[in-house]
Design a protein around this ligand. Structure first.
Ligand code: ATP
Length: 359
């Protein structure tokens, strides 16, 4: 297992990049801790595969270095990096049995048969394939084959890192949850450094210790699921994570006051002079409708989604979402919305502004 350091890393697919937009991966400095589980999360085209391919050695970066531990592997081929990879679609040997597929990476490294048998047994148990170890992979469902790919990716204990590129794409929805849970358990048991690429926030948040959120070729935040929820560093994180995402309310901020179209709101913290395109970010979970308190709002629609209600409303000409409890009555007198001040974030030009006392 190794710590992975990305040092001034950047990549452009163009020979002669001129503007910011020409960089598929904008400059990135970060150390991925040894043994941690990371998810790389972002919308299609944001640069996830570019970063993963640089880490795996399929792509040489235009700038910067990548280190595994102390070793500079920037220009080392994939085979020399000692990593295991699991891709979107299963990569299995159809003519081999499930057992031989799982054993392949170990035999390849010259492990003795006793160790191979023990380890294959352990992995088969974890992916629930003990009963089919002697079957040929041919004829198994796509789900089962992808489980073999996952098992094969995890069979070696001595890899520097395990890289997953949207590995649950072909998995039946009802099995996704189960496999994700198993992966988390495997990570817990074996302590591999894992990097898991996905555009699905649920996958990212349930799998990872730390989520790396990418937007437009840039890493906009690296944080625990809780940090991403409570303190999105960029409006994209607020919008992309959460269902519905964070409300963004254009405002003017002076000290510990915010002004929305002339209406005044007290903030929990003081801010310096905030300039640029300023907005308040409030998650729907931290907004509540009231008959007496808060600023005026017009309820447009209430969606009952089972565990809670999503209220779609109009607030100073824009849409605002509020999450209400399952049993909450949304009466006609609910014409105000109040925010929990401790959970209001301030943004300037899309980046979160730190409160003065915390700066
Ligand atoms: N081989 C390539 N040549 C030129 N441009 C590329 C190449 N591969 C990717 N790009 C561009 O680089 C940007 C980042 O793409 P990348 O595939 O890394 O994103 P992604 O987040 O992995 O997307 P997806 O989830 O759709 O795979 C995109 O604008 C894409 O069009």
């Amino acid at each position: 297992m190794a710590q992975i350091t990305l040092d001034n890393l950047a990549h452009s697919y163009l020979a002669d990049p001129a503007s910011e937009d020409d960089w598929a991966l904008k400059e990135l400095n970060h150390t991925w801790e040894d043994g941690a589980a990371y998810a790389l999360l972002g919308a299609s085209g944001c640069g996830k595969s570019t970063l993963l391919n640089i880490i795996s050695g399929l792509l040489m970066p235009s700038r910067g270095r990548i280190l595994f531990g102390e070793q500079d592997v920037t220009f080392a081929p994939t085979a020399e990096r000692n990593i295991a990879q699991v891709f979107q679609f299963p990569v299995v040997y159809d003519t081999m049995t499930v057992r031989d597929n799982l054993a392949f990476p170990l035999r390849n490294r010259g492990h003795d048969e006793a160790y191979v048998a023990e380890r294959v047994g352990e992995i088969a148990r974890m992916i629930g394939m003990e009963e089919v170890l002697n079957r040929k992979a041919r004829g198994l469902t796509a789900d089962a084959k992808q489980k073999i790919s996952l098992g094969r990716g995890m069979v070696r204990k001595d890899v520097n890192a395990l890289l997953f590129d949207e590995p649950l794409t072909v998995i039946d929805p009802h099995m996704k949850w189960e496999l994700r849970t198993q992966l988390k358990q495997l990570h817990h048991d074996f302590g591999h450094t894992m990097i898991y690429v996905t555009h699905d926030q649920t996958e990212a948040l349930t799998f990872a210790d730390k989520v790396v959120v990418m937007h437009d070729g840039r890493v906009v935040q690296i944080g625990t699921p809780e940090e991403l929820f409570e303190r999105p560093e960029h409006t994209f994180v607020g919008y992309f994570i959460g269902s519905p995402g964070m409300n963004l309310i254009p405002a003017r901020v002076e000290g510990n006051r915010a002004y929305i179209d002339g209406a005044e709101l007290a903030l929990a913290h003081g801010y310096g002079a905030v300039s640029g395109r300023v907005a308040l970010g409030v998650r729907p979970e931290y907004a509540r409708l009231s008959a007496t308190e808060g600023l005026p709002v017009k309820v447009r629609r209430v969606e009952d989604v089972g565990r809670h209600k999503i209220v779609r409303a109009e607030f100073f000409g824009s849409e605002i979402n509020v999450i209400a409890g399952e049993g909450d009555e949304i009466g006609a007198d609910m014409t105000r919305v109040a925010f929990d001040p401790a959970h209001v974030n301030v943004y300037a030009d899309d980046w979160r502004v730190s409160p003065e006392e915390a700066a």
